[in-house]
Design a protein around this ligand. Sequence first.
Ligand code: PPE
Length: 305
Amino acid sequence: MVDSVAKIWMNGQMVDWEDAKVHVLTHTLHYGLGIFEGIRYYDTPDGPAIFRLTEHLKRLYDSCHICRIEVPYAWDTLWNAHLDVVRVNGLSDGYIRPVVYLKDGPMGLLVKEDHPVGVFIASWAWGAYLGEEGLKKGISAKISSFCRNHVNAMMSKAKVNGAYVNSILAKREAIQAGYDETILLDTEGYVSEGSGENLFVVSGGRIKTTPLTSVLAGITRDTVMTLAEELGHEIVETRFTRDELYIAEEAFFTGTAAEVTPIRMVDDRTIGEGKPGPITKAIQDVYFKVVKGQDPRHRDWLTVV
Ligand code: PPE
């Protein structure tokens, strides 16, 4: 269970945690068309600060645009609601989960423009996504027998609720087999991403990441690309194969939940020396300094609550 906090913002009001409910005929529950985001806030010297709220909110609206869902609230309303959720719950750091969902309305697959749309913004405390030890020592991953959703079967730029069935199938398979996380290939067989993370490798001294085709345009991915360039590294967005991953010097996942998590093993092949490599460690280190407001750069990424 998620540890409860006091309040959830739901359709314009702050409601008590136990009262934040939807009807069983909520359309999104039946068919999965809905949009969500995952945002973290961190304890900084100036108090809790939300990391890259602008970019997350933009992706929320963009995802809705892709799926032709009209968000019934203005940008400023949702912006302030995120801040209010953090304030009212009083945690110093945590995770925020806005969801835009199709309410109960006409059933069936013909979703009309006037289908009622709801929005809620929940938050909870969420520690290291792949475990504290994983963050420090790296995790193991298994290439999935499931492919990442094909780009013309599911919109990869939209964070659609239903798209995550693909992630859940892959993740469960990997955990069942004794690994910490899964890595999906795209439908052409190239490395795509984790169940909820983008993927980077250090290969021949260069940092590579999957281009924005089959993957979500991760905000952490973008953050890490910026920070790595500032550390003097060149980043190449290019396709690579699973065997290139096997012989990479380093590999790591990025994501709001996963932050920067080193990968120490893929399909029982040790990556590099089987522990976080120097480039991964340097990026991880600067990432945590930036999100926690301990680095003078990129203060514009932080919204102090
Ligand atoms: N790919 C996928 C498929 C994905 O779900 C995420 C985020 C990312 C890449 C990284 O995106 P970003 O957070 O903008 O850097 N996954 C979210 C959901 C995780 C969950 O288990 O729930 C997250 O990290 O918040």
